[in-house]
Design a protein around this ligand. Structure first.
Ligand SMILES: CC(C)(COP(=O)(O)OP(=O)(O)OC[C@H]1O[C@@H](n2cnc3c(N)ncnc32)[C@H](O)[C@@H]1OP(=O)(O)O)[C@@H](O)C(=O)NCCC(=O)NCCS
Length: 449
């Protein structure tokens, strides 16, 4: 999907019909993959202060209407500080863990109440001309979080600043099952009824872990995790994220969120995202585009190359079908693919299959045919074809194959550039010669492994 199609602030022009259809088709696999999955979204009080709440709520309503189960956690630091100032108190909350005295706790409760009402109001508006006009979204809040005091650290008493002790996952799941969005404030209660102020980032992470969420998303002020040239890193393996944290390459603010993202992924949340809220539609871009707009932390890198299983047959067929129709590939029935599925490898990104290839082994001749090498058109040109080829070469080597061949009608140059040389039908294994389709007249290319 091209970013400019959704980022209306930079591309006001209407998409053309073919662009629109292309965009719609590209989004469809994500919609399918994320239906029924739980996303836990934490956003800072700065987002609300920057008047970005209404647009975020529209985007979240859209996600909810696509069947994504949403738990939202709002921050409140600037709003608490405003309350403190308005009441004439000197102290201000700093980011991260900060001591909370009685006045700050009162202000935190008041700020949470106001923000909660603003969010509920935003979800209730049936404004015409918004993407979610006429949608009815229910928001449920409740005493879902048990907290404990942080206590005294290095002689400093954190008083009403707390940590998560337990999340009532059953109650949250029950609300999600009813189709509602769950909204939590950064406050928790001890079993004796005492209130504690929590950090939004710790609460969001704890909720995501306890619900075993598919995604944790932080919407915050910074662009995401950046490299030495200030470029946003789209994807980070957790171990690399931990190394960046050790080397202190990030701002304190990003480091705090990255630390939580790493914790979440380590404890079983599939993906954790750091996304800038300043960009219109940032959460949609992050979720529905291949590279996203912020940083995604995963346990392993996201582009996963693996042997196919029977569950991948549908996705493989969807990749092959357009190429069969235009004559690039020979037709293979579902039966054949089901039978031979273990010969396939697939390239998966964030749960979406976007590339495949298969290997037919001829052990007697120590040869193998690589076929059905496909990268989805949207992701071609990024080196994925090369990645698949190298993977298939390794698979072949592990089988003791000495020569890998391909039959192609339209992709000859691609293979030649990658070390294949043209051969003839007589170079093929006997069994393959017999099955050679002379009408199709494919060219034969070989590579020594
Ligand atoms: C062939 C294919 C798998 C390559 O995937 P990919 O991810 O785009 O590959 P890479 O990013 O590693 O390589 C891209 C390069 O190959 C070139 N290329 C793509 N298709 C090509 C073709 N049919 N013939 C020659 N070169 C081609 C691109 O122009 C690009 O060149 P550049 O690097 O000089 O800009 C992909 O184009 C595809 O799925 N094609 C349709 C199916 C097919 O023909 N399969 C092979 C038959 S078995």
């Amino acid at each position: 999907m091209t970013q400019e199609l959704i980022d209306s602030s930079t591309q006001p022009a209407e998409p053309s019909q073919p662009q629109f259809v292309r965009w719609f088709r590209q989004v469809a696999p994500y919609v399918h993959a994320f239906r029924g999955k739980t996303f836990v979204v934490g956003f800072t009080g700065e987002l609300i202060k920057a008047d970005a709440l209404n647009t975020l709520v529209q985007d979240l309503s859209l996600l909810s209407s696509l069947g994504i189960r949403l738990v939202l956690i709002h921050g409140s630091q600037p709003q608490v500080n405003e309350q403190l100032q308005a009441k004439g108190y000197q102290q201000q909350l700093t980011q991260g863990i900060t001591p909370i005295d009685a006045a700050a706790l009162e202000c935190a409760k008041e700020a949470a109440g106001e923000i909660r009402l603003d969010i509920e109001a935003a979800f209730s508006q049936g404004l015409p001309n918004t993407p979610m006009s006429h949608a009815k979204i229910r928001v449920i809040s409740g005493n879902f979080v048990t907290a404990k005091p942080i206590g005294v650290i290095d002689g400093l008493d954190y008083r009403h600043a707390g940590q998560v002790r337990k999340i009532d996952t059953d109650a949250i799941r029950h609300s999600l099952d009813s189709g509602s969005i769950v909204l939590l404030s950064p406050l928790g209660f001890s079993p004796t009824g005492e209130a504690f102020h929590l950090t939004m980032e710790e609460l969001t992470t704890s909720v995501a872990i306890s619900l075993k969420a598919e995604k944790l998303v932080f919407l915050y002020e910074n662009p995401g995790v950046t490299d030495g040239e200030e470029q946003v890193i789209p994807e980070l393996a957790r171990l690399d994220a931990d190394a960046l944290l050790r080397n202190q390459t990030q701002t304190d603010h990003t480091a705090r969120y990255l630390e939580q993202a790493s914790r979440a992924v380590k404890r079983g949340v599939a993906r954790a995202h750091l996304v800038p809220f300043a960009l219109d539609g940032a959460i949609l871009l992050e979720i529905f585009t291949h590279d996203g707009v912020g940083t995604m932390v995963v346990e392993d890198t996201l582009d996963d190359l693996r042997a196919a299983t029977i569950d991948d047959v549908g996705a493989i067929l969807r990749l092959i079908e357009p190429l069969e129709q235009d004559g690039t590939l020979v037709t293979r029935s579902r039966d054949v693919i089901e039978r031979e599925v273990e010969n396939f490898s697939v390239l998966e990104h964030d749960g979406i299959i976007f590339g495949c290839a298969t290997l037919n082994h001829y052990p007697e001749e120590q040869m193998a045919e690589m076929a059905c090498l496909i990268v989805h058109p949207e992701w071609q040109g990024g080196g994925e074809g090369d990645l698949l080829l190298r993977h298939m070469e390794n698979r072949a080597r592990n089988l003791g194959v000495k020569r890998l061949f391909v039959l192609t009608t339209r992709t000859a140059h691609w293979f030649v550039k990658r070390g294949f040389v043209q051969g003839g039908v007589s170079d093929l294994p006997k069994e393959r010669q017999a099955a050679y389709n002379r009408q199709r007249n494919s060219l034969v290319f070989m590579k020594r492994l």
